[in-house]
Design a protein around this ligand. Structure first.
Ligand SMILES: Cc1cc2nc3c(=O)[nH]c(=O)nc-3n(C[C@H](O)[C@H](O)[C@H](O)COP(=O)(O)O)c2cc1C
Length: 201
């Protein structure tokens, strides 16, 4: 690669990373990624670092015909936590499963492969995978969002998905075309998250 090409690649990569932002699922509309794009997105995820190559994470895709079932699980999780939840609150819970053309759950297994690799490392690998995926989605022109919440830990939610005891739902990942983009959130300054060991300030 020539020096000029390198500079262009660095500029592009920096722009790509800086321009990723959360676009909430309610603002993600059709079309979502097609099959070929989806394959590329997963290839990007597969490039994540993975200590001992144990592949501790997976993406559970929620297809159109399973969205209502997932919505029922969100509603059941709310009822598990708050048996007096109103009909409106239950509808809002169900609605979480109906947004965005592409919806997935990011699941991490705490024991798969090797007990030497602790949960922190596994979740970090999953974070790298999902960031790779979101950056490539951003390059393709799509918006994306990670969303979490108490429902993901609810016993009935986990049972409904058929999760094993060692599996954790880390978050939902939504991808789609952007109907409305909001201003960028402020990013931390480098000095906020870096220190040189030994320096007093
Ligand atoms: C694991 C994880 C879970 C998240 N869950 C939510 C969520 O439930 N709701 C939400 O609005 N944002 C959620 N976010 C997104 C953050 O709010 C967002 O990244 C942050 O505000 C910075 O904005 P940006 O992504 O546009 O830079 C989550 C982020 C991560 C990493």
């Amino acid at each position: 690669m020539s020096d000029n090409d390198k500079r262009t690649a660095i500029r592009l990569a920096s722009h790509l990373m800086a321009s990723r932002q959360t676009v909430l699922p309610k603002r993600l509309v059709a079309p979502g990624p097609d099959a070929a794009e989806l394959a590329q997105l997963f290839q990007a995820a597969a490039a994540a670092p993975d200590h001992d190559l144990i592949n501790p994470w997976r993406f559970l895709i929620i297809p159109e015909h399973k969205r209502a079932d997932l919505g029922d699980l969100f509603a059941a999780a709310l009822l598990e936590r708050d048996p007096s939840a109103s009909t409106e609150q239950l509808e809002q819970a169900r609605d979480k499963a109906l947004r965005a053309p592409l919806l997935m759950l990011l699941i991490v297994d705490g024991v798969k492969g090797s007990i030497e690799i602790d949960l922190n490392e596994r979740v970090l690998s999953a974070g790298c995978a999902v960031q790779n995926l979101m950056l490539l989605a951003n390059a393709m022109g799509y918006g994306s969002a990670l969303t979490s919440g108490k429902a993901l830990k609810a016993t009935c939610f986990r049972a409904g998905l058929g999760l094993g005891a060692s599996e954790h739902v880390i978050c939902c990942l939504s991808v789609g075309s952007v109907s409305l983009r909001k201003p960028f959130k402020p990013r931390p300054e480098v000095k906020q998250f870096t220190r040189i060991w030994g320096d007093s300030a």
